[in-house]
Ligand binder design. Structure first.
Ligand SMILES: Cc1ncc(COP(=O)(O)O)c(C=O)c1O
Length: 401
């Protein structure tokens, strides 16, 4: 965490959050060459946005300009709450519209949860590694973060039990489905184990779930928020960023009444409400557009891109590397053999015109510097193959190991 200059007069919390961001932006600065094939960004593929369908939804929303250009309620536009509640209910998470607070992305849903729940010094337990911007949120809240050991199935329940007894956390933050950064999905039995521990010890869970709609293989696992043991202590954070488009900046928070009201209070004081016109256009798209048909195209394209990456990785990473096979989402997690440092590898790889994100900034405890996150949606298979060729060259000519 170097290179961050503390602006005079700002709080330690701003410094801490700024340091988290700086650790990544220094790395990403390496990846800005125009012809770069980048496995670094966490962005959906823009050519796969349903631009016509979304434009049409905006046009329809604007047929009632006096309504959609006006202020609205903090909780969110009734049409959008209804549309999201119906979609969640159809997918197995029984939800009434009043149980949702519409937010400016899942990111704001997490910020509101932190502001509503956390006092400086409170402990937040996180998967190790975890989503970097969540670490920023916890730093801004003045919380102390403690990592919990994970394996291929997600959080290790015995490690969680131990961490809870040691740290007395107020919140456990999880990305159970197509986790950022690892791409891993938590198994059903682990979800139940986590829910039981939350009930036994009385901590809150933030279930951050922006990637759920991007499943291309296997069956969905239940939401932790749907399990009876954890239903009264789980805040479910959802998003339209990955299922429609991130520029809408729309998400939601589904939480028990007290928590939902607290988050609505914070939101009212923060931005009054999320954009009315965007909310209504999203509601029109969800109810009248071909969201499911379009999402299926996106899933198939991402699956193909994921397969292209998986197909070539074995020849591009050094022998002895390990990586997972995600069933959905946008990320794959790899670990290089002993002696490699992924940040050093990135310096070299960026010279060859290929980029990824080293895993180190995603760790809240001691970083595993051999790890790397590879994101596959943004390039078609032919470019992924070229990116893999460049990566292989970077390793072949690596004099650092
Ligand atoms: C795990 C996780 N949570 C939240 C977000 C924020 O999503 P949104 O665009 O809905 O704010 C992201 C974005 O990439 C993410 O990866």
């Amino acid at each position: 965490m170097t290179g961050y200059q503390s602006p005079a007069g700002f709080t330690d919390r701003i410094d801490a959050a700024g340091a988290v961001a700086a650790s990544l932006s220094e790395i990403l600065a390496l990846t800005s060459r125009p012809d770069m094939i980048s496995f670094a960004g966490g962005m959906p593929a823009p050519e796969l946005f349903d631009a016509d369908g979304i434009s049409e939804a905006y046009a329809r929303a604007l047929t009632t300009p006096r309504r959609v250009l006006q202020y609205s309620t903090t909780e969110g536009d009734p049409l959008l709450r209804q549309a999201i509640a119906e979609r969640l209910s159809r997918q197995g998470m029984a939800t009434e519209p009043y149980e949702l607070l519409i937010t400016t992305g899942a990111q704001q849903a997490l910020s509101l949860t932190c502001a509503a729940l956390l006092l400086p010094g409170d402990v937040v337990l996180v998967e190790e590694p975890t989503y970097l911007v969540a670490l920023q949120c916890f730093a801004l809240a003045g919380a102390r973060v403690a990592p919990v050991r994970c394996d291929g199935e997600g959080v290790d329940p015995s490690a969680l039990d131990e961490a809870v007894r040691l740290h007395h956390p107020k919140l456990l933050y999880l990305g159970p489905t197509f986790h950022n950064p690892t791409g891993r999905t938590m198994s059903g039995s682990r979800r139940h184990a986590v829910a039981s521990l939350a009930a036994r010890y009385g901590f809150w869970i933030a279930e951050d779930d922006p990637y759920r709609e991007l499943r291309y293989q296997g069956d969905a696992e239940p939401w932790i928020a749907s399990l009876p043991e954890a239903a009264d202590r789980t805040v479910l954070l959802g998003s339209l960023s990955k299922s429609i488009a991130p520029g809408l900046r729309l998400g939601w928070l589904r939480a028990p009444a007290g928590m939902r009201r607290a988050c609505a209070t914070v939101k009212g004081a923060t931005d009054v409400h999320s954009s009315t016109v965007d909310q209504v256009a999203a509601a029109v798209y969800l109810t009248e557009g071909d969201m499911d048909g379009h999402l299926e195209l996106v899933r198939r394209a991402y699956e193909e891109r994921c397969d292209a990456l998986l197909g070539g990785l074995v020849h591009s990473l050094p022998a002895g590397s390990a990586y997972n096979r995600p069933c959905g989402g946008m990320f794959l997690w790899a670990r290089l053999p002993e002696g490699y440092d992924a940040t050093e590898v990135l310096r070299r790889a960026s010279g060859y015109g290929v980029a990824f994100v080293p895993g180190a900034p995603f760790f809240s405890g001691p970083a595993d510097r051999r790890t790397m996150r590879l994101s596959f949606p943004t390039h078609p298979p032919s470019e992924i193959e070229e990116g893999l060729r460049r990566l292989r060259l970077a390793f072949e000519h690596d004099s650092t190991t």
